[in-house]
Design a protein around this ligand. Sequence first.
Ligand code: GDP
Length: 354
Amino acid sequence: MTPSTNPNKERIEKLIASRKKHRKSLTVSYLVDAISNGNTQALSETITLLESTNFKDYNKAQEVIKQLIPKTGQSIRIGITGVPGVGKSTFIESFGTYLINQGKRVAVLAIDPSSEKSSGSILGDKTRMSTLSANPNAYIRPSATGGSLGGVARKTRESILLCEAAGFNVVLIETVGVGQSEIAVHSMTDFFLLLMLAGAGDELQGIKRGIMEMADTILISKADGENVKKANIARLEYKNALHLFPPNDNNWIPKVETLSSYDNHGIEKCWRIITEFEKQTKSNGFFMLNRNQQQKYWMNETLKERILNDFFKNDTFKQLISQTEKDLVNGKLTSFQAAEYIYNQFKVKQQNDI
Ligand code: GDP
């Protein structure tokens, strides 16, 4: 069968075309009103526009966010990290359900740098959080795919704002414990939670020290059955280890607790800690200071990304770089001289443009 007569392909193409048409028909004012009324379909549509590589779509999403800004900011933004298999999604399922039973509305977003390759998220996947995703007071959105970590992170940050405007008052942002993505999540959340496994003697080696230093609370996961004893020992070890770290800017002493999402042990305690943290950092001024710093950080990150993109995607500079690379590998220039040469050409172009 030739591809053009493949009925499946035709069906999919028709579906994509009709989705595109539908998305085009969504006006900014419709999306703003619908999101303000807690419409999660409109929320998803806007996040999709935000993730679109089409400039018009992206701009439309930006306009929606701009109009919704007064309705944002009221949630507590919680970052959750830990190595794959530590129990993040099981925890989010239990914790999210607990919070909804307390009257909260919970949104779950994810930053998954590895999803670019698989063109599908391994995090935030609805099938991994089946109870929560079926709950009308929960909203689960898998990680944006494609683009740089910076780009994906910025879209996640903007998605937080959209979720807040839709009335979600707890936003959980999940990521895997692999390094850079934690820094991104840390710089868009109020509270940073690290899940760790109780290992045999290698407790402090599974995760980078820098990530432990960012944690406001460490939860030792799977503290049930035969694991309880090991988890309690690990808890004491981490507590001692954290004492050796310099104090955080927020004056908060990080907590270490055991957790079993299976037994619902530690879930309520975790929320109590977060509430206490919120109260303390709001009264000492850190909460707002941190959010303001985060806003400035993301403005600068966006600016850097735009400038780098303009530079590296510019045809003249692409050519110049590839020519200079030849001189570099032929030994005519050092790396430093090559960079200086390209940079000087860039400055000349800037001056000519002015
Ligand atoms: P993630 O990759 O960090 O999201 O981890 P998952 O939540 O998918 O959990 C990985 C595995 O650990 C799964 O087989 C879970 O059933 C199991 N698991 C998660 N939480 C617990 C727990 O509290 N106790 C026990 N015993 N196993 C758990």
